[in-house]
Write a new protein. Structure first.
Length: 298
């Protein structure tokens, strides 16, 4: 399907690897980095353990389309390892072809999500980033903020096996607290058949600033919550190639291995955030008590 705006000059080919511009990545890190670090106070760990060569970053997805952890990870990689280590991100076709995002995302290395594009990146010895849970994970209810939700999607495992590259799990905690998701609206999506024209299986009911209660996911002002990101050790699989990728039982075993590692890490990061929050609340109460105790009494 070709949208009318794709015929205008300046529209980026969503399948091209040549749109990526290191100067845009550096400029983004210089401008957005200080804002992101001031607003979210992020902690990013494990960058020094990232190996050279092709690999598949597998991440949990948070915060809807705002996904602040994506930008934090990109800035951290740019600062610590340079723009060459920023991965090509496989993004939803609808997002890539939207008029505004089509001007920014391709320049930062995003490409349409399909196996052919990923193969070309791996063939060049570069890394690819995917969010296997997609909309199911990004718009999961806030009560499930501490869960990694990939649903039935196993394409990321088949991709890694077929290409013979390791999976590098990247786990983020806190990014889903930038708003409140009442429901992912799967029932509403089925009722309105949104998959037919938006290629999404959810239609979330959310509470955000400044909109309040809304159906859908309009751009919003994220709450200033601390975000922790951890890059895990690469996972290498014993088998690879087309035969391994077509073995459903083996694919499921590999998926479970990745999911277990990510869920254990998310549990730990969520607990770490909770303890830090408790300490800050306790310190605030102690400070308030000290101020009140010094106040003059009649």
């Amino acid at each position: 399907m070709i949208h009318f705006w794709q015929r205008f000059p300046g529209f980026h080919d969503v399948n091209s690897l040549d749109n990526r511009d290191p100067k845009v990545l550096e400029r983004f890190a210089d401008i957005a980095g200080p804002i992101l670090w001031k607003w979210f106070r992020p902690r990013v760990r494990g960058l020094d353990g990232i190996p050279e060569g092709g690999a598949l970053y597998v991440c949990n997805h948070n915060g809807g389309f705002m996904t602040p952890d994506t930008w934090i990870f990109a800035v951290a990689l740019t600062r610590e390892r340079g723009t060459d280590d920023v991965p090509y991100a496989l993004a939803h076709q609808v997002v890539m072809e939207a008029p505004l995002t089509n001007q920014l995302l391709p320049a930062m290395g995003a490409i349409a999500a399909n196996p052919e594009n990923a193969h070309r990146v791996f063939a060049a010895g570069r890394k690819v980033l995917v969010y296997p849970g997609g909309d199911l994970d990004a718009f999961r209810p806030s009560r499930d903020r501490g869960r990694v939700v990939f649903g039935p999607r196993r394409g990321y495992v088949r991709l890694a096996l077929r290409e013979g590259v390791p999976i590098i799990p990247v786990v983020s905690a806190g990014s889903h607290d930038v708003w409140w998701v009442v429901s992912d609206g799967r029932w509403l999506s089925r009722l309105l058949r949104t998959h037919r024209f938006l290629r999404t299986d959810v239609l979330p009911i959310t509470v955000s600033v400044p909109w309040g209660l809304t159906v859908g996911a309009p751009p919003f002002v994220p709450l200033p919550v601390p975000i922790f990101i951890e890059v895990l050790e690469p996972i290498h699989f014993e088998r690879s190639g087309p035969e391994a990728a077509s073995d459903a039982t083996y694919v499921e075993q590999c998926h479970q291995r990745v999911l277990d590692a990510m869920q254990l890490t998310l549990d730990r990061l969520m607990e770490e955030r909770r303890l830090i929050r408790q300490q800050r609340v306790g310190a605030g109460l102690n400070r308030a008590i000290q101020i009140l105790s010094r106040a003059p009494r009649d």
